[in-house]
Design a protein around this ligand. Structure first.
Ligand SMILES: Nc1ncnc2c1ncn2[C@@H]1O[C@H](COP(=O)(O)OP(=O)(O)O)[C@@H](O)[C@H]1O
Ligand SMILES: O=C(CO)[C@@H](O)[C@@H](O)COP(=O)(O)O
Length: 553
């Protein structure tokens, strides 16, 4: 049989990976990961103000290095047999572009301006703007937030655009349109980055830009202008139609065909967010709850439109027809920090070591710290009097987005050590997950099974066991190391015509599951009590503590 290959490209928070996959069998034949150079140096970011920007050059360099690196691992005939490429990225990660679709930071005059760069999903500089969007939407004839859980988030498209236009006169003058990372990269590969004609992702538009067929697309110009006259007219320079990830975006451009040494016959699929393509890669099926557990979590549930489509689900990150697969409603939720909470704690410990003992000692410590703390924490008993933590170190994404919230630790004593705190942080991330699962169930959306993918799911049996205990549900971990990239490869195989549907691609290319974590009955009961304490602490921080802070200021 003549082999056909597809490439899935997954742009994560810290790095991009490409996976070359046999389109008929799903066998992975080459992979390469490239870390973003500028991002790694902390450029253009300020965690204290929650500003996180990524330079488009990090993406372009990564795109070329990841695909060429992955192809370099394959035999020489594979390049000729590549027929499709699809891309997923984080989101909402939008950027201001000029008339040609060029991100402003790629122009010499904006090269160092963070406002001309991609505004990463975890950037929360536009909390105030998100609040304004909510207030106006809730008093408008049409509540534009109704399909995104009733609350617009500062992690999303419009809040970021509004904030940037307000604070940066230069960007205001030169931003013709705005583009999501997943749309831009796919467009770059086709050579058509024209913001008015490139095919925009249904997934990105529906979950983050308030696009819905009921609204004839994006919110009305009247609504946007009332929000701020700075947004007037922008709707016409964005998009009306959106496309699902099984569709084609165009063919590989001559320029990129040369860079990648591939044919211009290669089909480029429409882009989508990492979590949604990850869910495809994890073999999502109706009412399976797929958790992409890494820096953050993104939870994806898919249900037939006719069964759930008429319901409005409160406090989640949207319900979008076709965001995962055509004809199905994709529901998204998640936590703004999961592994990032552990990473914060690791930095807290290693930073003074770096300052006092130097990089070598700190790097050695950093490499070993989380596995070491996990091993120690796993030996600790779980009791009702354990330290309790909140996972809101980067605000709360769901249920009920609120990115002004902060994390907390309760119950410290002189006996508390690093492992006890780490255990509490891991439990906090699991409790945050439990509150999301409970919200789906309360809203009448059943969860048939839980599937996990992502770095933490693969690397940490301790975290996964804790999660299974707290959720009191078995969790299956997908076998694929790069489930998001595999999902992107499945989308590419459908866009390129190898399989008729995503479901067929999943059946042919899926790699199944390897680990399964079962809840331990003896811990489940204690966790139930600790979870109630987590909820109480959360209520205090959200209501009373915020009130006290306001009174004090
Ligand atoms: N052994 C481990 N146990 C728990 N968390 C880990 C471990 N190793 C790394 N992490 C966490 O994994 C996260 C990165 O997840 P990953 O899925 O690789 O990346 P991304 O979310 O950017 O796609 C980091 O936040 C890090 O703290
Ligand atoms: O929010 C979304 C998708 O909607 C994700 O892109 C975002 O959580 C980033 O994911 P990672 O934690 O980098 O895997």
């Amino acid at each position: 049989m003549h082999n056909k290959y597809v490439i899935g490209v997954d742009f994560g928070t810290d790095s991009v990976r490409a996976l070359v996959v046999n389109a008929q069998t799903g066998e992975a034949v080459g992979t390469h990961v490239h870390e973003y150079a500028r991002w790694k140096r902390g450029l253009y970011c300020n965690p204290a103000t929650s500003q996180f920007r990524q330079h488009p050059l990090d993406y372009l360099e990564g795109l070329e290095a990841a695909i060429n690196g992955a192809l370099a691992q394959t035999s020489s005939d594979v390049r000729q047999q590549v027929i499709g490429i699809s891309v997923d990225t984080t989101g909402s990660t939008p950027c201001a572009v000029d008339e040609t679709g060029l991100p402003l930071a790629l122009r010499p005059d904006f090269a160092e301006n963070p406002n001309g760069m991609f505004i990463l999903w975890k950037d929360h500089t536009s909390n105030a703007e998100a609040e304004e969007i909510n207030t106006l939407a809730h008093h408008w004839d049409t509540d534009y937030t109704k399909y995104v859980g009733g609350i617009y988030s500062s992690e999303w498209f419009w809040a970021k655009i509004l904030r940037t236009l307000r604070v940066d006169e230069e960007v205001r003058q030169h931003a013709f349109s705005w583009i999501e990372h997943c749309d831009w990269i796919s467009a770059v590969l086709t050579g058509n980055t024209n913001p008015l004609t490139l095919r925009r992702s249904r997934c990105a538009a529906g979950h983050k830009a308030l696009w819905h067929s009921e609204f004839d697309g994006l919110p009305s110009d009247e609504f946007l202008t009332r929000l701020d006259p700075l947004l007037g007219g922008l709707r016409n320079r964005l998009f009306t139609d959106t496309f699902t990830a099984d569709q084609s975006m165009g063919n590989l451009s001559a320029e990129w065909a040369e860079k990648l040494n591939l044919s211009t016959n290669v089909v480029i699929g429409v882009g989508a967010f990492d979590a949604h393509m990850g869910a495809v890669g994890a073999e999502i099926e109706p009412y399976a709850f797929v958790r992409i557990i890494g820096t953050s979590t993104c939870d994806i549930l898919m249900a037939p439109n006719e069964e759930i489509g008429h319901q409005l689900i409160r406090g989640i990150c949207g319900q979008v027809d076709g965001s995962v697969a055509p004809g199905m409603l994709g529901l998204e939720a998640g936590q703004s920090a999961f592994g990032d909470l552990y990473a914060w704690f690791a930095r807290l410990i290693t930073n003074p070591v770096r300052q006092l003992l130097g990089d070598e000692a700190a790097d050695t410590l950093e490499r070993q710290l989380i596995p070491h703390l996990s091993a120690q924490a796993a030996t600790l008993p779980v009791t009702e009097n354990d330290v309790i933590a909140l996972d809101w170190i980067n605000g709360r994404r769901t249920p009920d987005a609120n990115h002004t919230l902060k994390a907390a630790l309760l119950g410290l004593s002189l006996g508390t050590n690093a492992a006890t705190v780490f255990k509490a942080l891991v439990e906090a991330t699991a409790f945050g997950s439990r509150s999301i699962v409970d919200r789906f169930l309360e809203e009448g959306v059943p969860i048939k099974k839980v599937i996990a993918i992502g770095g933490v799911a693969k690397k940490s049996p301790f975290v996964m066991q804790t999660l299974a205990d707290v959720l009191n549900k078995p969790i299956q971990v997908a076998r694929a190391d790069q489930a998001c990239a595999l999902g992107a490869a499945m989308c590419a195989a459908v866009a390129a015509g190898v399989h008729p549907t995503l479901e067929a691609a999943q059946q042919a290319m899926g790699s199944g599951f390897d680990a399964e974590y079962q809840p331990r009955p003896e811990t489940v009961a204690t966790y139930e009590k600790l979870y109630q304490k987590y909820l109480k602490l959360g209520e205090f921080v959200e209501k009373d503590f915020v009130m006290l802070r306001h009174e004090a200021s």
